[in-house]
Design a protein around this ligand. Structure first.
Ligand code: HEM
Ligand SMILES: *[C@@H]1O[C@H](CO)[C@@H](O)[C@H](O)[C@H]1NC(C)=O
Ligand SMILES: *[C@@H]1O[C@H](CO)[C@@H](O)[C@H](O)[C@H]1NC(C)=O
Ligand SMILES: *[C@@H]1O[C@H](CO)[C@@H](O)[C@H](O)[C@H]1NC(C)=O
Length: 326
């Protein structure tokens, strides 16, 4: 009896949940903007041809959008005289980039389908195009997100976006908070197979790790010397290093083979091989790019599904940087 009551309560809840939140769909723009994916891909291709790193920057924008208040384009909003916005929060300030490319995509999309495609969906499509252009897998992008009418606060960004110096237990809990499991954590960390990081993001490992007076012992000694010369003590904290030392602009599984050689750039990267929850999967992807590619597409779809605004929620922003005038 009790069990039956519990089942029926859950069933009723699911019915209600479905009634007010629409699910994303791969055919959302089939009649309203059938060419949207091609239009986005075209602008992303030009941007990546001009600068290979832009593939990484666009992929990261979708991540930072989805982890904070869900995939709602809020990361794109500029500060206003009354609202700070997300761009100057510490994980984003002097780091997140590609906003000008998003503007170009939005302009191209508005030219063919005015007022139809959300900025949040543009980020999801751009991430897929970027990964594919970098040699990675393609997946079926689910669409139908709408845009937030306000950004998250700086403190919400700071608590939602993982820090490169956090331990893996904490990072796993931050992924779990948005419905992503340990496998998603390992797989999506593999995004660091492309792109760059500033010295400030890993310099705590190079000289006086956790107050020990010595570098992080988990760094390969040869790799350590190259990092120390790139990021001398008292040097430029914004100097850049490739996240994947072997194939910096190719989306492949070299990120995981690097980790096996103790050549992860961020502490959060290298910890994947020292935490017992993540080490077996990290080793598996080092030996199997196909498995990584397959899993990457699946985890990107899951990430893209984090708390979207749908139906009549939010709006279709006309300029990704500002909320529509009321
Ligand atoms: C697991 C937790 C994660 C941590 C701690 C983390 C941290 C970081 C840090 C510190 C940087 C360098 C920022 C800078 O120094 O300017 C970075 C770059 C990057 N991250 Fe992550 N990240 C994580 C997960 C992810 C995920 C899930 C994705 C995408 C699916 C992603 C994609 C990227 C990309 C592509 C870059 C390079 C961006 C560029 O070159 O413009 N990261 N990440
Ligand atoms: C963001 O970076 C700029 C340039 O370095 C700096 O002037 C500003 O204080 C930073 N903002 C925050 C909120 O940290
Ligand atoms: C991991 O980090 C969290 C948050 O900073 C901290 O509370 C916890 O004690 C850390 N765990 C270990 C094992 O260091
Ligand atoms: C390393 O950091 C610790 C704690 O912050 C500090 O007490 C110590 O003096 C530092 N050691 C060196 C060699 O800088």
């Amino acid at each position: 009896m009790l069990l039956a009551a519990a089942f029926s309560a859950v069933f009723t809840y699911l019915q209600f949940a479905e009634a007010d939140a629409q699910t994303l769909s791969c055919s959302f723009y089939e009649s309203s903007c059938p060419t949207v994916a091609a239009v986005v891909e075209n602008v992303v291709r030009q941007a990546v041809q001009a600068e290979a790193r832009m593939a990484a920057s666009l992929l990261r924008l979708h991540f930072h959008d989805c982890f904070v208040h869900g995939c709602d384009g809020s990361v794109l909003l500029d500060a206003t005289s009354t609202v700070t916005g997300e761009k100057t929060a510490s994980p984003n300030n002097n780091s997140l980039r590609g906003f000008d490319v998003v503007d170009n995509i939005k302009t191209a999309v508005e030219a063919v389908c005015p007022g139809t495609v959300s900025c949040a969906d543009i980020l999801a499509l751009a991430a897929n195009a970027a990964v594919t252009l970098a040699g990675g897998p393609s997946w079926t992008v689910l669409l139908g997100r709408r845009d937030a009418t306000s950004p998250a606060t700086v403190s919400e960004v700071n608590s939602a976006i993982p820090s490169p110096n956090s331990n893996m237990t904490f990072i796993i809990s931050q992924f779990a908070a948005v419905g992503l499991n340990v496998q998603d954590t390992v797989v999506l960390s593999g995004a660091h197979t492309i792109g760059q990081a500033r010295c400030i993001s890993f310099s705590s490992r190079l000289y006086n790790f956790s107050g020990t007076g010595s570098p992080d012992p988990s760094i390969n000694p040869v790799y350590l010397r190259t990092l120390q010369s790139a990021c001398p003590q008292g040097g430029d904290i914004n100097a850049l290093r490739q996240l994947d030392i072997t194939t910096p602009t190719a989306l492949d599984n070299a990120y995981y083979t690097n980790l096996q050689d103790n050549e992860g750039l961020l502490l959060s990267d290298q910890e994947l091989t020292s935490d017992s929850n993540t080490a077996p999967l990290a080793a598996a992807y080092a030996g199997n790019q196909r498995a990584f590619f397959h899993a990457f597409g699946r985890s990107m779809v899951k990430m893209g599904n984090i708390s979207p605004l749908t139906g009549t929620q939010g709006e279709i922003r006309l300029n990704c940087r500002v909320v529509n005038p009321s």
